[in-house]
Design a protein around this ligand. Structure first.
Ligand code: HEM
Length: 520
């Protein structure tokens, strides 16, 4: 009996201490005079997102609107009990992302080299390691290299036509088809493999890629805890990726590199460029590669580094572009006049370049680019951007000092839907991105690819694959919204990137019996 009493007292005392500790934590922003939206003990401001009542995207929009409605330059959030700084004023955002970048170099993602070697990729890496790798990888993303891969990308449209032709006349979940299309493109360009997930929706690549973006309640919770308490999680040897997913990608790259090196195979893709970096530390034109023995040992990368980079190109590249194309086709299905205008432009440019959509022709698709930009405004795949304060920082024009370790969240979706910058923000209007209209908006109001030194390295690639996918579809098919489509659209709480719940159901009509291929 005495033991029971002692245990009960110990339990109550522990609860009380935890409660006091949390109470103290949640005093952080109040004591600095910074406004926070209502929060709950333990989950902080993230309760409804963790429990998947709200999508993360909707939550960020609510935060932005609350701070903005109070005319605040910035605000504070609690992600669980961790204070997170939220800049609203565009000058502060610019300072953090660009001007004073040296104070905000990292994202604060979870890295565990030992049990999860794939986490050591460019998106996650920090400080000097990140800078060194970014310098090494940047040459693989130039417009010249993109041009080199253009035909490899176009090859994947063949599978797209086949699937679409089978689907004509039925309600089509375009989201699924475009996810398979970009899986094929990135699989081909980053891993050098013909995945054919368009032909085979259950290809291993597609199956292994799915859990990267869709998480249930426990998956969500784990992801947040890994980021919140990385040191403890590392000690517990926690993984971010399921073991089978990690092993799959590691083996694919290892086998591929070995095969290419043994058989002296070159292919127009990232893998080829990464292998050059591994063996020579620099990129060399293929013809020179044979004759010149150029090596820059300082810049070489290891097989493990190649694997992690190929993985992030896949993870960051396929879902972002496929959601962009998906939302774009949805808006075009709703706005037939814009759909006709985009199609007319594609036809005109296609004819101008001798009935081909060469790389140069694709660069000439100005209105299509405006339409993709308007899609990225309304539906930025990443609704917010994260940074970590890496050196104490006094926020310009305020008395607030951010201490080293403070998390920062930039609420892109809120900025993109702010009527001050984009009047009538729910309206889909590609004219917002004409040269003339762009110049009337302040800087840092369009951030789908981020900004500053950590801006998306794959921007050109992402834009190009979206252009190729949309051009090939719009030249051959007409789209309208199917009655199965659930409207108004709801963002999916299981996906941390902006995505719809329940698929994107469109009707597809063939324009002509003759197929128009981009590069016949
Ligand atoms: C529509 C397509 C895409 C969108 C909207 C997008 C968006 C983004 C965003 C918002 C960031 C964070 C930027 C920041 O924090 O300032 C990012 C980073 C990154 N993206 Fe993309 N992305 C796209 C396509 C791609 C593709 C195709 C690849 C690779 C093939 C890629 C690879 C990366 C990498 C490696 C980073 C980390 C860069 C660094 O930290 O240095 N992305 N992307």
């Amino acid at each position: 009996m005495e033991l029971v009493n002692t245990l009960s007292i110990l339990l109550i005392a522990t609860f009380f201490l935890v409660w006091l500790w949390l109470k103290n934590k949640y005093n952080f922003w109040k004591s600095r005079g910074i406004h926070t939206p209502p929060y709950s003990l333990f989950f902080g401001n993230m309760k409804s997102a963790v429990w998947q009542q709200d999508s993360f995207a909707d939550r960020t929009l609510q935060f932005y609107r609350e701070f903005k409605s109070r005319n605040l330059r910035h605000g504070g959030l609690y992600i669980f009990w961790r204070p997170t700084y939220v800049p609203i004023d565009l000058d502060i955002i610019k300072s953090i992302m660009q001007v004073d970048f040296q104070h905000f170099v990292d994202r604060g993602m979870y890295i565990n080299e030992k049990v999860d070697p794939l986490t050591t990729h460019l998106f996650n890496l920090e400080g000097k390691r990140w800078k060194l790798l970014r310098n090494k990888l940047s040459p693989t993303f130039t417009s010249g290299k993109l041009k080199m891969m253009y035909e490899t990308m176009i090859d994947c449209t063949k599978g797209l036509y086949q699937v679409m032709d089978q689907e004509v006349g039925k309600p089509v979940d375009i989201k699924d088809i475009l996810g398979r299309f970009t899986t094929d493109i990135i699989g081909s360009c980053a891993f050098g493999l013909d995945i054919n997930s368009l032909e085979n929706p259950n290809s291993e690549f597609r199956i292994k890629g799915r859990p990267l973006f869709h998480r249930d309640f426990l998956g969500n919770l784990k992801q947040l805890l890994l980021i919140l308490m990385p040191n403890i999680m590392r000690k517990l040897n926690m993984r971010l990726l399921p073991k089978d997913v990690g092993d799959f990608f590691i083996n694919v790259v290892k086998n591929n590199v070995e095969y290419r090196e043994k058989n002296n195979i070159t292919r127009k893709d990232f893998m080829h460029l990464l292998i050059q970096l591994k063996n020579r530390g620099k990129l060399v034109d293929d013809d020179k590669l044979v004759s010149e023995n150029i090596t820059d040992n300082e810049n070489t990368i290891t097989l493990e580094e190649i694997t992690a980079q190929a993985f992030i190109f896949f993870e960051a590249g396929f879902e972002t572009s496929s959601t962009t194309m998906t939302f774009c086709l949805y808006e075009l299905a709703k706005n037939k006049d814009i759909q006709d205008k985009v199609r007319q432009e594609i036809r005109k440019v296609y004819d101008k370049y001798g009935h081909k959509l060469t790389y140069e022709a694709a660069m000439d698709l100005i209105y299509l680019e405006q339409t993709i930009n308007e899609t990225l405004r309304k539906y930025p795949p990443l609704p917010s951007l994260g940074r970590i304060c890496t050196k104490d920082y006094k926020v310009p024009g305020t008395d607030l000092v951010l201490e080293k370790g403070m998390r920062v969240l930039i609420l892109i979706l809120g900025i993109h839907r702010n009527p001050e910058y984009y009047p009538d923000p729910e309206k889909f209007d590609p004219e917002r991105f004409s040269e003339e209209n762009k110049s009337t908006r302040p800087a840092f109001t369009f951030l789908p690819f981020g900004e500053g030194p950590r801006v998306c390295i794959g921007t050109r690639f992402g834009m190009m694959q979206s252009k190729i996918g949309l051009a090939s579809l719009l030249l051959n098919y007409e789209f309208s919204v199917n009655e199965k489509m659930k409207e108004p659209l709801r963002f999916d709480p299981e996906s941390f990137i902006v995505s719809t719940k329940g698929g994107m159901w469109l009707d597809v009509k063939k324009i002509s019996s003759e197929k128009i291929e981009l590069l016949p």
